[in-house]
Design a protein around this ligand. Structure first.
Ligand code: PRP
Length: 204
């Protein structure tokens, strides 16, 4: 079974769960992108690409944030909320400045352009969406946008930059996902692993 994991902290936490289940170390050696162990092949994938690997069946299952699944509108099965990597997707802006609410067209900077577009259009609010790739918080500070739509985890980045969360769009956390064909072909194996992961998380 091929498992796509997002690089970084979430991958480490998921591999810890595997260690707990199988009582063996699961570690990506220095810059290796593939790790084979027991019947598993782990793929070291960029966070934003996990859903793509799973959707296209390059991996059978994977771990990815609900924010990414929503943004990409991924055609995958969601098996389990792992409760890791908890964060919010929020509208944020300069502290105590709510002028954006009076604008006829709000300038919104974001990496999550689909989530931003859908959120404001459901409210019937016209927007100009400005796609950025990182350091989104900078945009309102230099007048590139009125507000941002971004991930808020601790709120530290906003605070450090004189900004605040204005509206929560969605809550996100890491999800175990499966390719739809893989789920049909390997249903028992995938469900058994899902159960083991769930038990490990719940300390059973
Ligand atoms: C994310 C997000 C915020 C920050 C939120 O950025 O875009 O900038 O984390 O975390 P906090 O609420 O705990 O401060 P990331 O570190 O992924 O970098 P980026 O600027 O490339 O998006």
């Amino acid at each position: 079974m091929k498992i796509a994991l997002p690089k970084g902290r979430i991958a480490e936490e998921v591999l810890e769960i595997f260690k707990k289940i199988f009582n063996e170390d699961f570690i990506f050696e220095n810059r290796k992108l593939i790790m084979k162990k027991n019947n598993f092949t782990f793929l070291n994938v960029r966070n934003w690409d996990v859903a793509t690997y799973v959707e296209k069946q390059a991996a059978d299952i994977g771990v990815v944030g609900a924010d990414v699944i929503t943004e990409l509108d991924s055609d995958v099965l969601e098996l389990l909320d792992l409760g890791l990597g908890k964060c919010r997707v929020s509208v944020a802006g300069i502290k105590n400045d709510n002028n954006y609410k009076n604008k006829t067209r709000i300038k919104v900077a974001s990496k999550l352009t689909n989530i931003a577009k859908t959120y404001f259009s459901k409210k019937g609010i016209p927007t100009e969406i400005i796609k950025l790739n990182g350091s989104i918080e900078l945009a309102p500070l230099v007048g590139l946008s009125d507000v941002i739509v971004d991930i808020v985890q601790t709120g530290g980045t906003l605070k450090e930059n004189g900004m605040e969360e204005k509206e929560i769009i969605m809550h996100s956390s890491a999800r175990l996902i499966a390719n739809k064909n893989s789920f049909i072909l390997k249903k028992e194996e995938i469900l058994a692993l899902t159960k083991k992961i769930e038990d490990a998380i719940n300390g059973a």
